[in-house]
Design a protein around this ligand. Sequence first.
Ligand code: UDX
Length: 439
Amino acid sequence: MKIAVIGTGYVGLVTGVALSEVGHSVTCIDVDPSKVEKLSQGIPTIYEPGLEELIKKNIVEHRLSFTADHKTGLKDAEVVYIAVGTPQRKDGSANLDYVEQAARDIAVNIDKNIVVVIKSTVPVGTNFHIRDIINQNTKNGIHVKIASNPEFLREGSAVKDTFHGDRIVIGSEDEVAGDILEAINKPFNMPIVRTDISSAEMIKYSSNAFLATKISFINEIANICESLGANVEEVAKGMGFDHRIGPDFLKAGIGYGGSCFPKDTNALVQLAGNAHHEFNLLKSVIEVNNHQQTLLLNKILSRFGSIKGKRVAVLGLAFKPHTDDLRESPALVMIPKLAELGADIVAYDPIAVSNARKQIDVSIKYTEDLNEALKKADFTVIITDWPAVKKIDLSLFSKLMRSAVVFDGRNCYSLDAVRKSSIEYYSIGRPDHTPELIG
Ligand code: UDX
């Protein structure tokens, strides 16, 4: 099948590359010529394990190309995917400007009836809106059919998730369009859920909202555990054995971030509001998460009183490991607050430092060397559970820091290991450990 994909962000690029890998002929279109130039040379514009090899391979085998010109990219395409961003507006709703622009670009550049697939996360009703924009702007009575095909890939494992996901959702009102999309996706060998367009749009928002709810739920349980002397990890483990609950997404921590959960939960609250439904449960999920992102700060202040002039090692900037993405990362909340309180900050991240420099406007030091960050620090704050941080020998904290006080937002270490070490340790939903207490 000859396919065009508009947008080469996480979703568009991974989708385009995966479609080429299973044998389709794919042209990815992006308005940014510098991105197109890099990608055409096989250089990925995002960090995603396994992606570079697939880009190179499929370029060499002539199934994958990139262009900044819509006319070239859409020429002969039988199916066009829209995978541009839908960022959050100030009021929480999804900004559809880029999707609408893609629709207009499609309309003026196609010369036959095609299927348009919306991959971007869009509010219920948007697929029809986009179909109408395209059909109102085409020439010679050309009409497109529309289908919704939301993505469920996670950053950092996007390639793996695309080939080994749990399901593929196809929403269509037209059987032919749905059948075409099903045929395109058959090589991925995953369960395919066929449904109507509005339900497909809703499946995406509801899935993300449910996962965010699981995280905020366990974070609330963690906070109660702290007050009652229980251990949230033991609680989550015990809960997870119940197959109706499941063990995943029950890891308590410093709160969820990223490009999807914060944006999609806000958009769903907004969407519900438009339908005169107050989504109180999801509003609480968001509120719990906002609170969770600053929880460590209270622990730091009750431990130290003032942190003015204290040197702090912040471990991790990305919103989660295996990505250089800082969008909605707890680091963006914690670092300005620590700086405001007068701390002298050294931030470590193995790959997100250059993105952090663009997004953090307080003056701090950055390093990609973990030891460098810990050197002479008065306390450490763990934001991202990078493997390098998780597998640290706990004696390194005592060896390198001025005082080995660790505030762990990701519960990286077992309490057994901590108890055997000489660090002072505060984590989420688990008993604190202060060496004096055992001495
Ligand atoms: C998410 C969804 O998983 C994916 O299906 C959707 O398409 C896009 O949004 P992503 O944002 O890449 O993917 O990351 P994910 O791995 O889901 O983690 C999101 C956030 O939740 C991270 O900040 C992570 O640290 C946090 N999280 C996750 C927890 O705090 N606890 C958990 O148990 C799981």
